[in-house]
Write a protein that binds this ligand. Structure first.
Ligand SMILES: NC(=O)c1ccc[n+]([C@@H]2O[C@H](COP(=O)([O-])OP(=O)(O)OC[C@H]3O[C@@H](n4cnc5c(N)ncnc54)[C@H](O)[C@@H]3O)[C@@H](O)[C@H]2O)c1
Length: 391
């Protein structure tokens, strides 16, 4: 089976991600069937896609005729059997292994033997989801970022059973949807949700130690570090419930490696209902009339905060390469396109010098004696050889 352009695509689950993924596929010229067990959700998705297309038409991205054609190419149904003719079906339902198994077992009976099946899961392993299939070689992860229509990155994750051919076909297909594709190993958090952990975790740790408040840490990371958003602003934006759960899941999946230890501060904010923007209060107060706290603009302190978070991020990026999760170029692409980092972390390490990064990590490790600061062997090697990550 050849996946050619304009084949039929199926999406299961019409929530936040499914609706976006369906729109992306339709905008790329495919006929798309979007299914969900909840008819209300399908209606909501249809309205959301219509209004998004209207906005894109107003911005000049599509002509009114093109937008109409995209809409006409989309069908909505509560029946999985509507995926009968699909060349690829992407599942984006609730993050629950038993429910995903139920859906894939049914799907496999409906689709053609050559249809590729995929999950948009963020935290379950591809191997565990695919294990329910008679032919797991046709199954892989296709991980979009929220909002799927705007975020350029897609992580493609073959499981141990996935055929190389199918991985390659999906890489080509998703690239043709004008997305940046990185292929990575089926390991917890894939690339982005693994490598980004210290951005939140170390910021929380710095706060917990009393070194600086939220506003100062955010100021250091944006003004000195050049990140678009500071960690606390970003956690409030993502939602403390969601961000905490990702950290907790990655921590457990890595057999409780202290590098990924969640923070009490974030947990307490979550327990208190301080989830972020969506509840009007998180680390900051978003209620009307509230005044944003001013940072302490002490340059030396800001530099210290920025460097501490950055070297931990670089260490994590080095670990992803060391453990063969992805190539150095894929890791850098993932962090710049998936979470908008101002530079690829490994290119950043090359610029600063692996020796410089290692020195800082070693001094943190010596000070704290905690495993979260242990330097990665690949970073040590690069420092010793004075070589670069990105050739
Ligand atoms: N939200 C994110 O930021 C994000 C980002 C990347 C990946 N993901 C992953 O994408 C998947 C979906 O997440 P979401 O945030 O879009 O969830 P969501 O809650 O917004 O939507 C899930 C949808 O699935 C439907 N559903 C539930 N059970 C179903 C079934 N048996 N058959 C058909 N439809 C069913 C629900 O009615 C709902 O409309 C999850 O696996 C999640 O881990 C989420």
């Amino acid at each position: 089976m050849e996946i050619k352009m304009k084949v039929k695509i199926g999406v299961v689950g019409a929530g936040t991600m499914g609706a976006g993924i369906a729109q992306v596929a339709a905008q790329a010229g495919h006929r798309v069937v979007l299914t969900d067990t909840n008819p209300e959700q399908l209606k909501k998705a249809e309205q959301q896609i219509s209004s998004s297309l209207l906005k894109l038409t107003e911005k000049g991205k599509f002509s009114p005729e093109e937008a109409e054609e995209i809409k006409n190419n989309m069908a909505y149904s509560t029946q999985l059997s509507e995926h009968q003719e699909a060349a690829l079906v992407i599942e984006a339902i609730v993050e629950n292994l038993a429910v995903k198994h139920q859906v894939f077992t049914q799907l496999e009976q409906v689709v053609s033997p050559t249809c590729i099946l995929a999950s948009n899961t963020s935290s379950l392993s591809i191997a565990s989801i695919g294990s329910c299939l008679q032919d797991p070689s046709r199954f892989l992860g296709i991980h979009f970022f929220n909002p799927a229509t705007l975020m350029p990155l897609v992580e493609v994750i073959p499981g141990v059973a996935t055929s190389n051919e199918n991985t390659q076909r999906i890489e080509e297909l998703i690239t043709s949807w004008h997305k940046t594709v990185v292929v990575c190993k089926d390991t917890p958090g894939f690339i982005v949700n693994r490598v980004a952990r210290p951005f939140y975790g170390e910021a929380l740790r710095i706060y917990e130690e009393g070194l600086a408040d939220f506003a100062t840490i955010d100021w250091a990371m944006t003004t000195i570090g050049g990140f678009k958003m500071g960690p606390f602003t970003l956690m409030d934006y993502i939602g403390n419930d969601i961000n905490y759960t990702v950290t907790e899941t990655v921590f457990a999946a890595f057999y409780y490696d202290p590098r990924f230890k969640p923070s009490f501060t974030q947990k307490r904010h979550m327990e208190a209902g301080f989830l972020g923007r969506k509840t009007g209060r998180g680390f900051y107060n978003y209620q009307e009339g509230s005044v944003a706290p001013a940072p302490n603009r002490n340059e030396a302190l800001g530099q210290q905060i920025f460097e501490r978070i950055l070297v931990l991020l670089i260490n994590e990026a080095a670990d992803a390469v060391f453990m063969q999760v992805a190539s150095p170029a894929a890791v850098d692409l993932a962090m710049t396109k998936g979470v908008n980092y101002p530079k690829g972390l490994l290119a950043w390490a090359d610029e600063l010098g692996a020796g410089w990064v290692l020195e800082r990590l070693e001094s943190l490790f010596a000070e704290y004696g905690e495993d979260r600061y242990r330097p990665n062997p690949l970073l040590r090697r690069k420092a010793r050889e004075q070589s670069k990550f990105i050739l």
